[in-house]
Design a protein around this ligand. Structure first.
Ligand code: SAH
Length: 388
């Protein structure tokens, strides 16, 4: 159930041409692999793999990225809804995890059948009534408003099945962090060095910040910014679990104004991973987007880049990434940036995976991951150098 207006559909068609329906089909399904990053400051990849295998999990090492491990996603399995089933309705975010076999947590419950009691068999459905999983209720429906945390439905069968990573002891101990393969290439492209100053402008919940800390062996001065209090709180939890809290300067800021509010920072490396239309994120059970979302996202994105470029040292490197596929939010944002500042130059991402950008003069230097081609999130990475 993707409701995209004509402008969004033509933005997709601009990238994928007649394959655009194959793309839409791919984002409604999960990738066949679910990735996690190993916190190499705490444990070796081999040791964590041994521990997970001892737990009976089938886990594999990525072919190229040393810090990446993955599990296979199984499915699809049929989940049917009978008239007499008791139902629990999950919000979009929760439903997309339950679809992959996660348990349903209390904050993700929108409503449920009045008769649902602890121990009942229930069917988890989306807001538009599609069944996605069967499980056992851990709550009485009448208490649902007062229960704020914990598992609401223990999922036994779902359309897709992948390990419940966030319930693993290795996750709780901060040894692994779920992250898409494509996202891991962002920090790889950045290649931050120990002893340098690194800035993450849109950092929460901290996936890439954590990766920067590990990649620099905890020896870089890392500044991480985000504007959302809620997401910063989540990020504090992530950094605590990973053991990275003392290694990151975390600030609440509007990163469109870093050049005025934090003008004293001189960064060697900057990541700009701004809000975007997220068209590449999968699996999507439903989504609504209008062309105006693309236009406003791209205006916002260029502001982050311009501000970041002013706190970047001469000789410094900035990496821009998004989890969307529109040319408007990707190649064209970068072309506009470098077109307006002669000191900024595109350099090759030097990523061997995925494919190159599309449509614009510097597209050969960018990296794209296509969901239906590379079996990943739809993702874009560009690398920019400041030369004067
Ligand atoms: N880099 C993160 C994901 C970032 S998503 C990771 O890898 O985990 C984009 C983030 O941009 C969101 O957390 C959002 O809160 C933040 N954001 C949105 N507007 C912002 C602004 N004006 N200034 C700083 N951060 C902003």
């Amino acid at each position: 159930m993707l409701s995209y207006d004509a402008g969004v559909l033509s933005a997709i068609e601009r990238v994928y041409g007649y394959e655009y329906s194959v793309f839409l089909d791919a984002i409604s399904r999960p990738s066949s692999r679910m990735y996690a990053r190993v916190n190499t400051l705490r444990i070796s990849v081999e040791e964590v793999v041994d521990r997970l295998r001892a737990r009976g999990l089938a886990v594999f090492l990525d072919e190229e990225l040393d810090e990446a491990i993955y599990f296979f996603v199984e499915g699809p399995f049929a989940i049917e809804l009978q008239d007499y089933d008791k139902i629990v309705v999950a919000d979009k975010y929760a439903a997309e995890s339950v679809y992959l076999g996660s348990n349903l947590y209390a904050p993700g419950v929108i409503r449920c059948s009045n008769s649902v009691r602890v121990g009942d068999e229930v069917t988890v459905v989306t807001v538009d009534g599609r069944p996605i999983a069967k499980g056992v209720s851990m709550i009485n429906c009448r208490d649902v408003r007062s229960v704020r945390r914990g598992i609401a439905v223990e999922v036994l069968k779902s359309i897709y099945r992948a390990p419940k990573i966030i319930e693993l002891p290795e996750y709780r101990a901060g040894l692994i962090y779920p992250q898409s393969l494509a996202a891991m290439y962002t920090v790889r492209a950045l290649d931050p060095k120990p002893g340098s100053v690194v800035v993450d402008t849109c950092a929460a919940p901290g996936g890439k910040t954590g990766h920067i800390v590990e990649y620099t062996l905890g020896k870089a001065l890392v500044f991480a910014f985000d504007h959302s209090r809620r997401r910063l709180n989540e990020m504090r939890g992530v950094l605590d679990r990973l053991g990275h809290t003392p290694l990151v300067e975390l600030w609440r800021a509007d990163s469109r104004y870093l050049h005025t509010d934090f003008s004293w920072i001189g960064a060697d490396r900057i990541i700009v991973d701004p809000p975007c239309t997220s068209l590449g994120v999968r699996p999507k059970l439903y989504d609504t987007k209008n062309y105006s979302d693309i236009v406003s996202a791209s205006r916002y994105q260029i502001q982050f880049l311009k501000s970041a470029s002013k706190i970047l040292k001469v000789g410094g490197i900035m990496v821009y990434s998004t989890c969307t596929i529109t040319i408007e939010e990707n190649e064209e944002v970068i072309e506009q940036l470098i077109g307006e500042d002669r000191c900024l130059k595109v350099v090759d991402t030097e990523i061997r995976r995925g494919s190159r950008g599309v449509a614009t003069p510097h597209s050969h230097a960018f990296t794209r991951f296509h969901p239906h081609v590379h079996d990943t999130t739809g993702y874009f990475i560009a690398k920019i150098a400041k030369v004067c």
